[in-house]
Design a protein around this ligand. Structure first.
Ligand code: FE2
Ligand code: FE2
Length: 272
């Protein structure tokens, strides 16, 4: 099974990159399943129902979120009727939406997608380790699920690596999101789980984390209120991770970083 994960879509450049490139990539790479983090898709802050529908129409099978889940308030409502949009599983009980979903891949495989959020340098939340354990207990790899994808939305690479080893052998891929910068540690862990600390963003890299540069730079120089952050407007890149998942075990046979666009060195999966 050929799987592609794309990191945080930031604003219009990220959405255009997905819409212009993903449909062709799905065909050319014969992708069976695609998951995209959409927490910054709407002007850099959150996601609307129309934008979620756009990402799904462009070829995503599921969309994940993070600390910006509710920046667009309508997400609190439409997430209830969109079961392919998930938010971190370790929000407190009673939070709208769900933290995991099962999608059917093109090859018929049942893919469990789980979204969790870290607690180091982030808002206080419930324990992400306990939350992912509960989701896996309900839908274990090799029994209910043919593949398991975990998007761990977190700041600290220590917490991400600890999560990866906690899940090694029980997930097909553990991939970090949130920092908007791709890491160079793409690998398969000893028990067969593919891992990359951060997928990077899908957006304009001539920016600070996808946003126009002037205001973020100013905020580091002057601690006074200023303008709103706005997404950069240049051409967007796609950034993420590609995994070849063994149909029998649900574990990773190969994993590659994916970077396509004008600003980062290009990286392609082995099947490209
Ligand atoms: Fe993000
Ligand atoms: Fe985030």
């Amino acid at each position: 099974m050929r799987f592609l994960f794309l990191g945080d879509v930031v604003g219009r450049p990220g959405r255009i990159a997905v819409q212009e490139r993903l449909p062709a990539l799905r065909l050319r790479w014969q992708l069976d399943c695609v998951v995209i983090n959409g927490e910054n898709a709407a002007g850099g802050f959150g996601i609307t129902e129309a934008i979620c529908d756009e990402l799904l129409a462009a070829g995503a099978d599921a969309v994940t979120l993070g600390n910006h889940s509710w920046d667009q308030r309508e997400a609190l409502v439409f997430i209830a009727r969109q079961d392919r949009l998930i938010r971190p599983a370790n929000y407190p009980p009673g939070t709208p939406g769900r933290g995991a979903t099962i999608v059917e891949a093109r090859n018929g495989a049942r893919v469990l997608v789980v979204n969790i959020m870290g607690r180091i340098f982030m808002d206080a939340l419930d324990d992400p380790f306990a939350a992912v354990e509960r989701e896996l207990a309900a839908c274990p790899l090799g029994e209910v699920a043919d593949a398991v994808i975990v998007d761990f939305h977190a700041e600290a690479t220590s917490e991400k690596q600890a999560m990866a080893y906690f899940l090694d052998g029980r997930a097909s891929l553990v991939v970090g999101t949130h920092t908007h910068v791709p890491t160079a540690d793409t690998r398969i862990l000893p028990a067969g789980t593919a891992y990359q600390s951060d997928a990077g963003m899908s957006g304009d890299y001539d920016s600070v984390l996808g946003m126009q540069k002037d205001e973020p730079v100013r905020r580091f120089l002057q601690k006074t209120p200023g303008a709103r952050l706005e997404p950069a407007t240049g051409p967007g890149s796609l950034s993420g991770v590609a995994v070849e998942i063994d149909d029998a075990t649900g574990l990773a046979r190969a994993v590659w970083p994916v970077r396509l666009g004008p600003h980062l060195g290009e990286a392609l999966p082995g099947w490209a």
